[in-house]
Ligand binder design. Structure first.
Ligand SMILES: [Zn+2]
Length: 336
């Protein structure tokens, strides 16, 4: 390896060079390898264990999995019950076995709020799950088509959040995004929630100004082709700075990327965004917002319990008959 391509021997904290001027190829850059990330919006039940391994290698220490739509409408409230149980149970356990802390939000998504018979039953389940360990908010709730039924169950869930003194994660609609975001914020205020307790997600250049001006947290979903690209995200951070801006992947069963947060961080550094701003929008702000619940704290991953993949959850481990100890993607080089 020639000198220019050799990994820097210096610990990052002692490195005098801003990342943008660093001559080192990205894959070898010591900065990315030493940063910690939180992905505060990702649907891990649609992702594989391999994703957990790669995410951990890229520095993702914690994830938040919002309750949402599964791609196919549910036909009875029992499906919701099992889904909520897996978010607070199996999925949390599965993540922990690969060194990632898992939190979730509980809520009735706007799309399925339109099935009123079902929605009424799901509303009865919510208080049973909202107070379980690792639940950091009511969400993701809000509007899809902005129908009357969506509005009704959105308001009922805001009232529940207020009653339980919980945070709220808002899903803004893909169509009529600006109007949907404005109306969602109006409703939050109407139901007595403080903007500091509400994360508005799926923002874009059209909505960010109002969200920040009104004092809410502004989350951005880096999702290929539809929501927000990471090159655009770099410019949003350049323009609006680091305060109350949060980057997430919203990776799910669609064409999406569970590494969207670290990759966006890398692009920000490459394009001259100061490292402390990158750290804020890809780690610190999500922690500041969601730690208000007392359910999520940095010590969860800074002082982790040691991982033992033989551990069981309801009688099952993550091993599928394998030997424990898969910690890294490189452990898969040889498959026997
Ligand atoms: Zn989502």
């Amino acid at each position: 390896m020639d000198k220019e391509n050799a990994p820097c021997p210096m610990p990052h904290a002692q490195c005098p060079m801003p990342h943008a001027q660093c001559p080192m190829p990205n894959a070898q850059c010591p900065i990315i390898k030493t940063m910690m990330f939180i992905d505060p919006h990702i649907h891990m039940c649609s992702r594989t264990t391999y994703d957990y391994l790669v995410m951990r290698e890229y520095g993702i220490v914690a994830v938040i999995e919002p309750a949402f739509w599964l791609g196919q409408p549910r036909t009875n409230s029992g499906s919701f019950k099992d889904y909520f149980s897996s978010l607070v149970g199996w999925e949390r356990f599965r993540a922990s076995q690969f060194g990632i802390q898992h939190y979730c939000t509980i809520g009735l998504n706007p799309k399925e709020a339109n099935n009123e018979a079902l929605a009424t039953e799901v509303m009865e389940l919510l208080p049973l799950y909202a107070c379980k360990e690792g639940v950091v908010a009511i969400g993701e709730i809000g509007y899809d088509d902005m129908t009357e039924a969506e509005d009704k169950y959105f308001c009922q869930q805001l009232a529940l959040a207020k009653e339980l003194d919980m945070l709220v994660l808002i899903h803004t609609p893909h169509r009529n995004k600006k109007a949907g975001a404005s109306k969602s914020m109006d409703r939050c205020i109407e139901y007595g929630l403080d903007p500091s307790q509400v994360v508005i997600d799926h923002n874009n250049e059209e909505t960010v100004e109002e969200v920040l001006e009104r004092g809410f947290w502004a989350a951005f979903t880096i999702y290929p082709q539809t929501k927000m690209g990471n090159a655009r995200m770099v410019e949003v951070v350049r323009k609006y700075g680091q305060d109350r801006i949060i980057v997430d992947s919203s990776a799910d069963w669609g064409i999406s990327d569970p590494l969207a947060v670290p990759k966006t961080a890398q692009l920000m550094l490459d394009r001259g965004i100061p490292e402390e701003h990158v750290r804020a929008v890809c780690y610190e702000n999500a922690l500041a917002a969601y730690s208000q619940t007392g359910q999520m704290k940095a010590s969860d991953w800074l002082n982790p319990q040691s991982v033992d993949q033989r551990q069981m959850f309801n009688g099952n481990s993550v091993l599928r008959g394998q030997e424990p100890g898969i910690k890294s993607v490189s452990d898969f080089v040889l498959i026997e």
